[in-house]
Design a protein around this ligand. Structure first.
Ligand code: ZN
Length: 124
Protein backbone atom coordinates (compact mmCIF):
# COMPACT_ATOMS: atom_id res chain seq x y z
CA UNK A 1 0.00 0.00 0.00
CA UNK A 2 1.08 3.54 -0.59
CA UNK A 3 0.80 6.12 2.13
CA UNK A 4 -0.56 9.49 1.11
CA UNK A 5 1.98 12.29 1.18
CA UNK A 6 5.06 10.10 0.93
CA UNK A 7 7.61 9.98 -1.86
CA UNK A 8 6.05 6.74 -2.98
CA UNK A 9 2.72 8.48 -3.24
CA UNK A 10 4.22 11.27 -5.33
CA UNK A 11 5.80 8.69 -7.61
CA UNK A 12 2.46 6.98 -7.90
CA UNK A 13 0.66 10.20 -8.81
CA UNK A 14 3.33 11.24 -11.30
CA UNK A 15 3.07 7.81 -12.85
CA UNK A 16 -0.63 8.39 -13.34
CA UNK A 17 0.14 11.79 -14.82
CA UNK A 18 2.57 10.22 -17.24
CA UNK A 19 -0.08 7.86 -18.52
CA UNK A 20 -2.00 10.83 -19.87
CA UNK A 21 0.99 11.84 -21.97
CA UNK A 22 1.34 8.47 -23.62
CA UNK A 23 -0.32 7.34 -26.80
CA UNK A 24 -1.03 3.83 -25.57
CA UNK A 25 -2.68 4.65 -22.31
CA UNK A 26 -3.41 2.11 -19.67
CA UNK A 27 -6.94 1.54 -18.58
CA UNK A 28 -7.94 0.79 -15.04
CA UNK A 29 -10.21 -2.13 -14.28
CA UNK A 30 -11.96 -0.92 -11.18
CA UNK A 31 -13.40 -4.35 -10.55
CA UNK A 32 -9.93 -5.87 -10.23
CA UNK A 33 -8.20 -2.60 -9.28
CA UNK A 34 -5.63 -3.38 -11.90
CA UNK A 35 -3.92 -1.20 -14.44
CA UNK A 36 -3.97 -2.76 -17.89
CA UNK A 37 -2.05 -1.85 -21.00
CA UNK A 38 -3.43 -2.50 -24.48
CA UNK A 39 -2.47 -6.16 -24.64
CA UNK A 40 -3.39 -6.85 -21.06
CA UNK A 41 -6.72 -5.22 -21.66
CA UNK A 42 -7.49 -7.52 -24.57
CA UNK A 43 -6.50 -10.55 -22.53
CA UNK A 44 -8.44 -9.26 -19.58
CA UNK A 45 -11.62 -8.82 -21.55
CA UNK A 46 -11.27 -12.31 -22.98
CA UNK A 47 -10.92 -13.74 -19.52
CA UNK A 48 -13.46 -11.58 -17.72
CA UNK A 49 -16.58 -9.71 -18.60
CA UNK A 50 -15.21 -6.46 -17.24
CA UNK A 51 -15.75 -4.10 -20.12
CA UNK A 52 -18.06 -1.94 -18.08
CA UNK A 53 -15.45 -1.68 -15.33
CA UNK A 54 -12.70 -0.22 -17.47
CA UNK A 55 -11.83 3.40 -16.93
CA UNK A 56 -9.72 5.50 -19.23
CA UNK A 57 -7.00 7.81 -18.00
CA UNK A 58 -9.31 10.82 -18.12
CA UNK A 59 -11.43 9.08 -15.52
CA UNK A 60 -8.74 8.01 -13.09
CA UNK A 61 -5.45 9.76 -13.80
CA UNK A 62 -5.34 12.46 -11.18
CA UNK A 63 -4.74 12.45 -7.49
CA UNK A 64 -8.30 13.43 -6.76
CA UNK A 65 -9.92 10.96 -9.11
CA UNK A 66 -7.84 7.99 -8.09
CA UNK A 67 -8.47 8.84 -4.44
CA UNK A 68 -12.20 9.00 -4.97
CA UNK A 69 -12.21 5.77 -6.92
CA UNK A 70 -10.07 4.07 -4.33
CA UNK A 71 -12.41 5.22 -1.64
CA UNK A 72 -15.45 4.04 -3.52
CA UNK A 73 -13.98 0.62 -4.11
CA UNK A 74 -12.48 0.09 -0.69
CA UNK A 75 -8.94 0.47 -1.95
CA UNK A 76 -8.24 3.38 0.31
CA UNK A 77 -7.48 2.58 3.91
CA UNK A 78 -7.62 5.19 6.65
CA UNK A 79 -5.76 4.34 9.79
CA UNK A 80 -6.77 5.42 13.26
CA UNK A 81 -4.19 8.21 13.18
CA UNK A 82 -5.78 9.63 10.04
CA UNK A 83 -3.09 8.54 7.60
CA UNK A 84 -4.39 7.22 4.32
CA UNK A 85 -3.08 4.33 2.30
CA UNK A 86 -4.02 3.43 -1.24
CA UNK A 87 -3.64 0.00 -2.76
CA UNK A 88 -1.59 0.37 -5.92
CA UNK A 89 -3.39 -0.72 -9.08
CA UNK A 90 -0.04 -1.21 -10.76
CA UNK A 91 1.52 -4.62 -10.96
CA UNK A 92 3.99 -5.01 -8.10
CA UNK A 93 7.47 -4.03 -9.18
CA UNK A 94 9.48 -6.22 -6.88
CA UNK A 95 8.55 -9.51 -8.47
CA UNK A 96 11.32 -11.44 -10.16
CA UNK A 97 10.77 -11.81 -13.85
CA UNK A 98 9.77 -15.43 -13.84
CA UNK A 99 7.07 -16.31 -16.26
CA UNK A 100 5.64 -12.86 -16.46
CA UNK A 101 5.11 -11.64 -19.97
CA UNK A 102 7.30 -8.90 -21.27
CA UNK A 103 4.24 -6.71 -21.42
CA UNK A 104 4.23 -6.60 -17.66
CA UNK A 105 7.93 -5.94 -17.55
CA UNK A 106 7.59 -2.99 -19.88
CA UNK A 107 4.83 -1.61 -17.75
CA UNK A 108 7.14 -1.61 -14.78
CA UNK A 109 10.12 -0.05 -16.46
CA UNK A 110 9.29 3.51 -15.53
CA UNK A 111 8.59 2.95 -11.88
CA UNK A 112 11.91 3.12 -10.14
CA UNK A 113 12.86 6.54 -11.40
CA UNK A 114 11.19 9.77 -12.31
CA UNK A 115 12.90 10.17 -15.65
CA UNK A 116 10.48 10.17 -18.50
CA UNK A 117 12.76 10.99 -21.42
CA UNK A 118 12.41 7.45 -22.71
CA UNK A 119 8.96 6.24 -21.74
CA UNK A 120 8.51 2.49 -21.98
CA UNK A 121 6.26 1.06 -24.61
CA UNK A 122 6.89 3.68 -27.24
CA UNK A 123 8.36 1.35 -29.78
CA UNK A 124 5.89 0.00 -32.25
ZN1 ZN B 1 -11.08 -6.77 -14.28
Amino acid sequence: MIKRGTEEWKTFISRLDQIKTKSNREVLCIKCWQMLNCKQKIKHLKAFDHKSYLLTSTQYASEMKISELAQGYNKLVTKADGSEYIISPFTPVNLPQLNKSEIDTKLEDGTHSDQHDTPPGTKR
